[in-house]
Each structure stands twice: as structure tokens, then as C-alpha cells.
Design a protein around this ligand. Sequence first.
Ligand SMILES: [Zn+2]
Length: 73
Amino acid sequence: MIKLKRSRTQRTCYACGKDIEKGDQYGSMANVPGSSWTADSRPSEEIPRYAFQPFYGTVHMCEKCVEVKNDVL
Ligand SMILES: [Zn+2]
């Protein structure tokens, strides 16, 4: 369950790419490394090494996307 907070700065929604304006509700969550594709699925010589590094960090989502995400969780 992702809790909504009021944004003090302008952010961009990680899920839909929309701007989250100052004062809008937003949710943040830890970004778990994705499994969209792996080193085995593409020729490694064409892809820079960093592409395989998992991205850890906190992402921000707009109110709508948080609602959708909470429905799934
Ligand atoms: Zn969104």
C-alpha cells in the first residue's frame, strides 16, 4: 500500500510521465530492479554494460497511478 503525500516540489510521475505539481498528492516507492530483459535476451556486445545494472532508488508516482498500483497490490 502506497501512501499519498503532498508534494513540496514539482516532480514527474514515474509511471505515466505526467508532472506532479507542487501541492499535488503523490506517492513514492522503492524501485525494484525490473526484469524487462536480461543479459541473455540480447547480444551483449551491442548493449552498454550499465544497461544491465539494476536501478535502485525511489520513484514518485502521481495520485492516479498510486490508486492503480494500490488496487494491484
Ligand atoms: Zn502517473
